[in-house]
Design a protein around this ligand. Structure first.
Ligand SMILES: NC(=O)C1=CN([C@@H]2O[C@H](COP(=O)(O)OP(=O)(O)OC[C@H]3O[C@@H](n4cnc5c(N)ncnc54)[C@H](OP(=O)(O)O)[C@@H]3O)[C@@H](O)[C@H]2O)C=CC1
Ligand SMILES: O=C(O)C1=N[C@H](C(=O)O)C[C@H](O)C1
Length: 244
């Protein structure tokens, strides 16, 4: 049995993870923590080996450090990690001989969309990302959009930005925020869970890769898979695809 604590237990994702962990015969829900609870003490008291964290970007680093410094491995869905954060987590978790998975998206369809986008951009390097989320989302652009742009940049080296930058009449970033040359546009509206389109344009044609998240249960197979694999790992694993 793998003993699991869910951090962010009262949140939308935390609630879905509690149901999924409770329903799995190989996993035991050892604890639930949220704002105001002492996560480090809960790890010690319960002897949990793994903490699943879906909390808030503002507390991303302190939570990872609390988890690994108290002897547990981490399955992290919280977004907002910078390149510097990732380097620090890799070094600290290797030193402590603990595994930390940070997955900007646990949905298999989203993972495939990211892979397909990176592949397609090699042949169609004019690319922009539009992501759509619910209006309670804390961060923009989404972790998924950032990871997609990173994968595209790694695969292509140099994408082709628009030849001409249109003059901005309303706000500086109406043409999107740039990661490398990839522009990312973030929409926040009631009615969405999470959707992303990667648009690739070429002479006389467009390819649109669109992934739609209908509900939060869609993330659970990925979270459960990560819980079952993380104890064999040390250091940072960035992206669910590395465990598939
Ligand atoms: N990787 C993935 O596949 C996915 C990632 N996410 C990400 O997960 C995160 C959470 O999303 P979601 O569940 O929708 O958000 P919610 O706001 O619904 O839930 C977050 C929960 O964490 C709590 N929380 C805040 N700070 C702390 C803390 N320091 N310690 C413990 N608990 C804390 C919040 O409390 P309070 O409300 O009182 O602040 C809340 O109960 C976001 O970063 C989101 O982008 C979401 C979906 C999928
Ligand atoms: O906040 C959300 O809801 C989501 N966050 C993740 C992200 O930022 O990419 C994953 C998914 O898009 C849902």
């Amino acid at each position: 049995m793998y003993k699991i604590i869910v951090n962010g237990a009262k949140g939308k994702m935390g609630q879905a993870v509690i149901s999924a962990v409770s329903a799995d015969a190989e996993l035991e829900l050892a604890g639930q923590t949220d704002v105001g609870d002492d996560l480090g003490k809960t790890i010690k008291d319960t002897g949990a080996q793994i903490v699943v964290d879906f909390t808030h970007p503002s507390v991303r680093m302190q939570n990872v450090r609390t988890i690994i410094n108290n002897g547990a491995s981490a399955v992290i869905g919280t977004t907002g990690f910078t390149d510097e954060d990732l380097k620090a987590i890799d070094a600290e978790s290797k030193k402590l001989k603990r595994g930390v998975l940070i997955a900007p998206n646990f949905g298999i369809g989203a993972v495939l969309m990211m892979q397909f986008a990176a592949q397609a951009a090699k042949y169609m390097p004019h690319v922009e990302i539009v992501e759509y989320h619910h209006d309670h989302k804390a961060d923009a652009p989404s972790g998924t959009a950032i990871k997609t742009a990173q994968l595209i940049n790694e695969a292509v080296g140099q994408t082709n930005p628009p030849a001409v930058e249109s003059k901005e009449f309303l706000a500086e970033r109406s043409q999107g925020a740039k990661l490398g040359n990839v522009r990312i546009h973030a929409v926040r509206l009631p009615g969405f869970v999470a959707t992303q389109e990667v648009m690739l344009g070429a002479l006389g044609q467009r390819l649109v890769l669109r992934h739609e998240t209908i509900n939060r249960e869609s993330f659970m197979p990925g979270v459960i898979l990560a819980c079952k694999k993380i104890l064999d790992k040390q250091g940072l694993i960035y992206g669910l695809e590395k465990l598939l």
